[in-house]
Design a protein around this ligand. Sequence first.
Ligand code: SAM
Length: 274
Amino acid sequence: MALILKSHKAKKNFGQNFLHDDFWIEKIASAVDAKPGQNIIEIGPGQAALTRLLIRDCGHISCVEIDKDLVRWLSTQFSSEQLTIIETDALKFDWKAFAEKEKLRLVGNLPYNISSPILFTLAKISDRVIDQHFMLQKEVVDRMVARPGTKAFGRLSVMLQHLYKMVKLFDVPPEAFSPAPKVISSVVRMIPLEKPLPVDRELFERVVAQAFSMRRKTLKNNFVKYFDTSILQKAGIEPGLRAEAIPMEKYVELTNLLQSEGIELNGINHTELD
Ligand code: SAM
């Protein structure tokens, strides 16, 4: 079993479920396959279960940790040649500046309460990323990699599939953590696409949010307030279908058509992420 910091009480508000099973920790580290010289950054190192192995494989990594107590403890475990600790909220960190000089490899057993916001924050710098290996709730990973026409296919699938090739690697049982979460987790590999289809991401977000706003309604009904069905037809989309039936590429086409027609879909709340 990996070393656990006995005196630390897991904080729920920081989504703290620490990995403590060596088998799974090794399995994740070998999926990452860190190599010396790579610019690896871990989100939420916690009690260093993965951190230790990444440093073993790579020599030096950086990390972003919000919990002051863990930051203090981490600084007693590793030298600055091994670990650069950035004490901050991963949602507020200036990722763009950090990735400016060298592309990043991101790793994290992410706090489940903020996993979608972290994914969307990082989507803004996908062109500065080599790859991302994340552990998330299985249900979230299933939605990320879902294919059109399935129940799990939704906003998260469309918005992330536009930017990344994603592969679900394996599931991890609750017993691998302390405290054990109520749900199964999964590890996903995300590799940014070299050339995502060109689209205005802001408008794309509004279009996709509105398309999925009422999943049981048809696209025609979800967009009735904003434009005529002829627009859907022009984009090659059957208006009587539901949002989950339409692949990502068609949403891009629709967005580009709306932009060329000057239809902006203002007033749609696309910041609430599911
Ligand atoms: N990597 C460790 C492991 O696998 O055992 C800990 C994983 S635990 C699920 C999530 C970690 O993310 C915790 O260390 C927590 O303090 C940290 N964390 C939570 N919210 C954060 C945020 N907004 N920014 C940075 N770190 C955060």
